[in-house]
Every structure is written in structure tokens, then in C-alpha cells.
Design a protein around this ligand. Structure first.
Ligand SMILES: C[S@@+](CC[C@H](N)C(=O)[O-])C[C@H]1O[C@@H](n2cnc3c(N)ncnc32)[C@H](O)[C@@H]1O
Length: 333
């Protein structure tokens, strides 16, 4: 998904530079960076883009400072330990960099303030904003037998999730509106849904909830534990996003695109696992902490084995399953 977004990243940087040249340092932030290699893939692309743009326009290439943000529990040490190797690879591949790049860790929630007023030129956040700041209040005893919104969720559950998303996304925009300079841009990639109507769309977490229910009928998990567990996960549709951005009022929308990838897209070389296991591993990486805290390690292990089998079945008998993503590019007015 990130590889598909890189051309838009280049366009966004070009636009940022055309509006406001950084005095000496280009200040940018990756919000929800996690601790894996995607961080360096993106930084490397940003350095390439900025050098290309500056060479073409005959600007002096600025120094670049990249703020890496995630929740305080993120493994920032792992990131910092990878930084020297990244610079070594970069220098080997591209020769000595013209201007240095500085990397800084910023622990905290992106649903609040993270940076000083008007201090950033560019912000991006990939694969994060579908995670809410908390489980919506009022779900207890109303969302039984599942762990998120499903095709058959009652209206009150859908309303509670939508309200929480609205609160969170508004807080995200309002915090960034204070931190970005006028003309600064924000590129966001996160999961969403095609239409207002939920009844036709698949969700990887709905199938995870179904797998928990299967474990209840096998006596492995407790029904009460499933009934009291909900994920802080919400997929908005285009209308909601436009409405929230408009109401917050600080950003103009340059681009809002929707794209799909198969649940199991094997266009990389990773054929080590069968499809179900492959997707199960990805979903486990994103949700294991929350699940094992509630259900314990033994249920969690059984769950992801069951889930892998259910994914295989779903892909074979129903359809391939699609992840729907929004790409949103907005500019600080
Ligand atoms: C699936 S990972 C995405 C990592 C990376 N951006 C990528 O695309 O490969 C989602 C990340 O968002 C972080 N995250 C979720 N909610 C957050 C919040 N409120 N503030 C900061 N980070 C958050 C999680 O901790 C996790 O590392």
C-alpha cells in the first residue's frame, strides 16, 4: 500500500516546496511510525524527492529533520538502533548526502498536540487513523458475539463507533492545524469503506470475531469474554471524512482517493506461509496485544490458528476479500 502512495508523496512535497521554501531545515513528521522498515522506506523516498525537486528548481537542498511519532509503548529503541545502518546504506547507494538528515523520536498520541505551533512543513500518517483513541463508550452489552462493527450491527453500535471516530479525527486535525505552517501538507493513508451502506463490505476483524465465537462453541474461549471485548477500530466513508474536515475548517482537500488491495496480495516474494496464515500473521501483529490482554495467551494462540483456517475458507468459498484504503492529501489553509 505504501509503495502505491509514494508517487503522491512526491507530488505533495513538490507542492509544499512551491508554496513555502524551508528557511534552512525541512521539518516533517511520520505519525504512527511503528518500529519496522517502512519508516526508512519512506524517509529514503522523501530525501530522493526533495533532492530531485531542489535540483530541478535550482534551490539549495535544505537539511531535513524527521520526527518519528508513535505511542509511548512503541519500540523506539529498535528504531534508533537501525538508524546508523540506514544512513550507511543510504550513503553507499547515493554517495555522500548533500545535506544531512536528522531523526528524532516523539512519543505520544497523535490525537493530541505533539509539536510546537507552526513548526512543521509536512506530516504523513500511514495505516493508523482507523485506530481510535479508545473503545467507544456505551458498547457494553450491546455488541455481543462480535468485536467490531459487522454487517448486522445494531444502529446504536454503529453510532457509538462513528461518534468516536468523529471526535478523534477532529482532534487529530485540530492538533495538526496548530502545528503545521500555512501551506503545509498532510498525506494520510488509512482503511475506510466504499459507501455509507455497510452491508456489502468485508472486514478482517469481523472474521476474527467469528473465529472467537467458534472458539466459544469449542469450549476454548468464554462467551462473556467475547461479549465484553471490542476493538477500537473504525472504517469511515468519504462523506464522513469530507464533513469532519469541512467542520474543523483548517484544511483544504487536494485529493481523496479510494483504492483496494486483496486481503492476501502476494505480489511480494513471501511465499513462506499459506494465504490464511499470511493474513492471520499480519492481523496478529496489529491486534495481538489488545487480544491477549483480554483473553490470555492460550486463547490468543488458538484464535490465530482458527482465524487462519477461516480466512482460507472465506477466500475459497466467498470472495477474495478486499482491504479498502483512503488516500487523503490536505493542505493547511
Ligand atoms: C499498522 S501500524 C503502521 C506503521 C507504519 N506507519 C506503516 O504504515 O508501516 C499502526 C501504528 O499506529 C500507532 N498508533 C495507533 N494509535 C496511535 C496514536 N493515537 N498515536 C500515535 N500512534 C498511534 C500504533 O502504535 C502502530 O505502531
Amino acid at each position: 500500500m505504501i509503495l502505491r502512495v509514494l508517487p503522491t508523496l512526491n507530488d505533495a512535497l513538490r507542492k509544499t516546496f512551491s508554496k513555502r521554501l524551508p528557511a534552512s531545515t525541512f521539518e516533517m513528521a511520520d505519525l504512527g511510525c511503528s518500529s519496522g522498515p517502512n519508516i526508512f522506506l519512506i524517509i529514503s523516498q522523501v530525501i530522493d524527492s526533495i533532492h530531485g525537486i531542489c535540483q530541478q528548481a535550482q534551490f539549495k537542498v535544505p537539511e531535513i529533520r524527521v520526527f518519528l511519532n508513535d505511542l509511548p509503548g512503541n519500540d523506539f529503541n529498535a528504531i534508533f538502533q537501525s538508524v546508523p545502518g540506514f544512513f550507511e546504506r543510504l550513503n553507499k547507494a547515493k554517495g555522500k548526502m548533500v545535506e544531512p538528515c536528522f531523526i528524532v523520536g516523539v512519543p505520544g498520541s497523535f490525537y493530541g498536540r505533539l509539536f510546537p505551533t507552526r513548526s512543521l512543513h509536512f506530516v504523513h500518517s500511514f495505516n493508523c487513523l482507523h485506530w481510535l483513541s479508545k473503545i467507544p463508550p456505551g458498547l457494553k452489552d450491546t455488541n455481543k458475539g462480535t468485536i467490531c462493527i459487522t454487517k448486522s450491527s445494531p444502529g446504536s453500535v454503529i453510532k457509538a463507533y462513528a461518534k468516536q471516530f468523529e471526535t478523534d479525527f477532529s482532534a487529530f486535525l485540530s492538533s495538526r492545524s496548530q502545528e503545521l505552517m500555512p501551506g503545509g501538507q498532510m498525506l494520510l493513508l488509512f482503511q475506510g469503506r466504499h459507501s455509507q451502506n455497510r452491508s456489502t463490505e468485508d472486514c478482517v476483524f469481523a472474521l476474527l470475531g467469528q473465529s472467537l465465537v467458534d472458539l466459544v462453541s469449542e469450549g476454548v474461549a468464554k462467551e462473556a469474554d467475547v461479549d465484553s471485548f471490542n476493538l477500537p477500530f473504525y472504517k469511515p466513508w468519504k462523506g464522513e471524512l469530507h464533513e469532519i474536515i469541512e467542520r474543523e475548517g483548517s484544511f483544504g482537500v487536494d485529493r481523496m482517493e479510494i483504492s483496494e488491495v486483496d486481503w492476501v496480495s502476494r505480489d511480494n516474494d513471501d511465499v513462506e506461509f499459506p494465504s490464511g496464515q499470511y493474513l492471520s500473521n499480519i492481523v496478529r501483529a496489529a491486534s495481538e496485544q489488545m487480544i491477549s490482554r483480554h483473553f490470555g495467551d492460550a486463547v490468543t494462540d488458538s484464535l490465530f490458528i482458527k482465524y487462519a483456517t477461516n480466512i482460507e475458507e472465506h477466500i475459497r468459498h466467498q470472495n477474495k476479500g478486499k482491504l479498502v484504503n483512503f488516500l487523503v492529501l490536505i493542505t493547511r489553509k
